[in-house]
Each structure stands twice: as C-alpha cells, then as structure tokens.
Design a protein around this ligand. Structure first.
Ligand code: SAJ
Length: 418
C-alpha cells in the first residue's frame, strides 16, 4: 500500500519513516524545499532521538521519498501545524491547504486521516471540502462504489520519546462514520502496539484537546501553589512531595511557565469553542502565562540589592533535555532581563551551539554552566537539564539562588524558590 504523508515536521516525519520501516511505500510532502532535499539524502531537520537513523534506513531502503507536491496514494495522512492567531483563535490555514492539496489525487476507496491537533468539527469540514470539490466522489455509506473514508487520529507523542511512543501509545480513532473508523483502525494496527480505541471524529478531536488541557490545568495548580508558598514562606517542592504521599493526590511540578507548541496552545481551542463554559481551562492558561513574569519580578527584586549584578541563567529550552526553544518561558524570561539592562547575563544552554539572535544584547554572554555560576551573584535555574546535575553545591553556597524548578531546592535550606 502507498501512503502520502503531508507535513514532514515533528509528527509527519517520524510517522512517515515508521510506516516505511513497516513496509509501506511512503511519499512525504513538505512545502520547504530544503527539508525535502535533506530528507531525500537521509538528513533530518529535527533533533529527536532515533529519528535520523529511522529516516536513513527508510530512504536508503527506497521506501521513503519526499517532494513538495502530493501524488496518488491509498492512504493520506495530514500532519501539519494548527497554530493560533494573536486573538487566541485557531488558525486552520495549513490544514485547509493540506486537505485541498490532496483532493485532485483522491480516488474511490482512499482513506484520509487528519493527525493535526484541531478544533472540534475540523474532520467534518475536510469531508465538506472534498464533497464540494469532487462531485465524482462520495463520503457517505450510501455510495460505496465511489466513496472516500475520512478519520481523525490525534498524535499523542512526547517530544524526546517520539519514535518509541508512536509505537507504544494507545491511539484514539474517530471516523466521520463507522466504516471510516474501522478502516483507519485496521491501518494503525500495522504499526501501533498500544490499544486502538474506536470513537467518532468529534469525540476524538475533543479527546486530544482534553488531554493537553488536563495537563495545563494541573500544572497551573502547581504553579498557583508555588505563588501561595512563596507568600507563606514554604518550600513548595517539599510541600508537593509530602502531599503526593496521599494515595489519591498527584500534583505536578511548578516551573517558570508552560512552553512548547501544544499544552500552551490547545486549551485555547476549547476556550474559543465554548467561552462561557471553559472557565477553569481559561484561568489555568492565564495562571501559566503569568508565571514567567512573576519569575522576572523575583529576579529583579534580588538584583536590586546588588550594585552591578551578574546573573547566571541556566537553560533556555521549554523543558528538560531537549533543544527546542519554541514558546519557551525560559527564553521569554532571559530576553526580558536582557532587554531591561542593568545586569550582566551569562546564559548556559548545553543543547544549543550558540545563543539565538533574540538574545543578541551587549550584556548577554553564552557560557558553560559552571563558568556561568562561577561568575554570578544570582543563579537563575530555568530548565532542569540533566547536564546541570554536575554543578557542585559548593559553587552555589555564596550565591542567591532563584530556582524555578526545585532543581537545587530539594531541601528547605536554599533561599529563594518560586
Ligand atoms: N511542565 C511543568 N510542570 C510539569 C510538567 C510540565 O511546568 O509538572 C511544563 C514543561 O516544562 C513544559 C510544558 O509544561 O514547558 C509542557 O511539557 P510537557 O512535557 O508536559 O508536554 P509537551 O508539550 O512536550 O507534550 C505534550 C504531551 N501531552 C500530554 O502529556 C498530555 C504529549 O503527549 C503530546 O503529544 C504533546 O503535548 C502534543 O503534541 O500535543
């Protein structure tokens, strides 16, 4: 069988290579010509463990080819981004472009699967676009001889563990009708070891948004606790560790805010769809979005006590042990401190080669973690990278520590936690 994967990003490329390694003939489609050329040479533009190896084997085996335009296939997978605009409304431009780009290549019996995180009702809209454009094809059970099958199957993989989770995670499948659901389930069974859970398109779309909103709301709870503890002079990490000994309590970890392109975005899709009802979800977004500014405030309070403060900023990525700076609260915090001037910043991010252009300020220097800490009066821990475990506690003794992740603050001795 031939599969056409539209969008070769964080989800599309791993999925395309996995399918190829499972014997499918895969055509990957990507608008970025440089990405296409790289992939066809077995090169990968995404830092993700095991991905490059998989792409090399798939391309080397002749089962994965990339180009900028789609072609005929048995199964089409749409894995393009769904960003949200300034006004917190989902932007379906890429999904619409991707869906419309495959319409000329569709034949009776084809299966179209949307994997992109999408507002409820998007899969039905894709069906409408197909019906409008192709009066020779039907999406209803009534016309089996010329029908197209359409489903939603959200990706749920965690960056850093994508290749493993693509195989092991359970998958929710929601077709626009039962026949589409069953057809799609049979397809995923070829390469997924987790459970295949059958539902309908709207529920599957909502499930994806629910999962990430659940995590956002729970992180907001932890972040709110960190603010309360700061007021009441309590070590929030000790508090959470103790509370989590209760058999039915499982609090997540506070941090400098919520980053990445999923958890800080997807809840807005629900708020947009039902603003009157989604009150808690909306408030959680606000709590998490405000956390970086609370951290900035905390650092400035400490810096105000010093004549020419030097701050070691440890970590820029949106979470531990990855190089992804997109939507990173740590980046926002460091950028803000840099812009304000008045302090010298030594920034350590072991997962990148040089500072991003956004931090191109006279008072900002790229440093290794130990060197940064040595130079600093204030140590601002932003990301709990394993690489920072090697910082000797002795080095921190004379410093003011603002630890946003509880990385050094496992005991109540350190001074400032947020
Ligand atoms: N974070 C905290 N405290 C915590 C856990 C996370 O502050 O206790 C922060 C992280 O530092 C980071 C942000 O939240 O800034 C998000 O990180 P994450 O590890 O929770 O999630 P992502 O964005 O890497 O991936 C999520 C996952 N969703 C869920 O766990 C419900 C993943 O399974 C999804 O596939 C992915 O979103 C997606 O693509 O939607």
């Amino acid at each position: 069988k031939k599969v056409c994967v539209v969008g070769l990003g964080y989800i599309g490329l791993p999925t395309a290579s996995l399918l190829a390694l499972n014997g499918f003939q895969v055509h990957g489609v990507e608008i970025n010509i440089h990405t296409v050329e790289g992939i066809n040479q077995g090169k990968v533009h995404i830092a993700e463990p095991e991905l490059e190896h998989a792409v090399q084997r798939a391309v080397g085996g002749g089962l994965l080819k990339a180009s900028t335009l789609p072609s005929e296939a048995d199964i089409f997978i749409l894995a393009v981004p769904t960003p949200f605009r300034e006004n917190n409304r989902p932007d379906l431009t890429y999904v619409e472009q991707a869906a419309k780009s495959i319409i000329p290549f569709l034949r009776a019996g084809n299966l179209v699967i949307l994997e992109s995180t999408s507002p409820v009702g998007t899969t039905e809209r894709i069906a409408d676009w197909i019906v409008e454009a192709r009066d020779d094809l039907s999406i209803s059970d009534a016309a089996e001889y010329n029908r197209i099958f359409i489903s939603y199957c959200p990706e749920r993989v965690l960056p850093g563990q994508i290749m493993r989770e693509l195989v092991e995670n359970d998958r929710i499948i929601g077709g626009i009708d039962d026949a589409s659901t069953h057809f799609t389930a049979e397809f995923y069974k070829h390469f997924v070891k987790g459970a295949i859970l059958e539902s309908n398109a709207r529920t599957a779309e909502m499930a994806k948004l629910t999962e990430n909103s659940f995590r956002d709301v729970n992180i907001a709870f932890a972040n709110e606790l960190s603010l309360i503890c700061d007021q009441l002079d309590i070590n929030v990490w000790e508090l959470i560790r103790l509370a989590n000994h209760h058999p039915r309590v499982n609090i997540l970890q506070p941090g400098p805010g919520v980053g990445g392109h999923c958890i800080a975005v997807d809840p807005w899709f629900l708020v947009d769809a039902a603003p009157e009802q989604a009150k808690l979800i909306h408030t959680a977004r606000i709590v998490n979005d405000q956390k970086p500014w609370y951290v900035v405030e905390k650092v400035l309070q400490q810096a105000a006590k010093l004549r020419s403060p030097v701050i070691a900023c440890l970590g820029l990525s949106f979470k531990a042990n990855i190089d992804d700076l997109r939507e990173s609260p740590s980046m926002a915090i460091v950028e803000h401190l840099a812009k304000m001037g008045g302090a010298t910043l030594y920034v350590a991010e072991p997962h990148i080669e040089k500072l991003p252009d956004r931090l191109n300020y006279e008072n900002v220097f790229f440093a290794d973690a130990e060197e940064a800490v040595q130079q600093a009066d204030i140590v601002l821990l932003l990301v709990n990278h394993e690489a920072f475990r090697f910082i000797s506690p002795n080095l921190l003794q004379e410093k003011i520590v603002v630890d946003t992740r509880g990385f050094f603050l496992q005991s109540p001795r350190m001074e400032v936690g947020v």
